[in-house]
Ligand binder design. Sequence first.
Ligand SMILES: Cc1cc2nc3c(=O)[nH]c(=O)nc-3n(C[C@H](O)[C@H](O)[C@H](O)COP(=O)(O)O)c2cc1C
Length: 192
Amino acid sequence: MNSINKVKFGKVPLVFPIPIILAGALVRGKPNFETLGDVGIMGIKPPIVFISSGQDHYTNIGILEHETFSINFPSTKLLSKTDYCGIVSGHDVDKSQLFNIFFGELETAPMIRECPVNLECKVIKEFSIQHRHIFIGDVTQAYVNEEFVIKKEDRPRIVDIKNLDPIIYGLDNRYYKIGERIGVGYQEGKNL
Ligand SMILES: Cc1cc2nc3c(=O)[nH]c(=O)nc-3n(C[C@H](O)[C@H](O)[C@H](O)COP(=O)(O)O)c2cc1C
């Protein structure tokens, strides 16, 4: 094992792979979406998530106004529109017509119908750090497209995560698809 040599890679936050999401907000009465890789779960029960968005991003205006946002998981079919939302800003371009939009219980967090999974979030904390604005949200509702859901013991379950076909990103600035299922959580280590 001592023969595995390491190369210092620099001060890079090499957390990978990253799911790519579209963060949605209602800005000045119109839905706006920005592409984000800086997203994550902070806890499952209660369900807390965060997004980190550049200080001057147009999306932030709507999140701060309504204290709500959405996290939408595009499938690979939406790759070019997803990339586009990360290239252009709502400050310059109206991105409200790119997708079919729906609203949920909070009424001010626009969500994308074509994205198989959507999280509707209520801001519970927000702050600036360096040139970023961090929004921590309580997930008030999760939505999954019906075609990917079955009912088991009266609870909805996703048939196979692979079918959702999420866009994965690496810090090599490349997009990927997910691969094969290789095991079951809390099981694979049991025989050690
Ligand atoms: C693949 C990809 C990932 C991105 N990840 C982030 C991110 O995590 N945080 C961020 O602030 N901007 C990120 N961006 C850039 C924003 O999406 C971009 O600045 C966008 O134009 C902001 O839109 P808005 O001004 O309409 O809110 C990413 C862009 C791409 C293409």
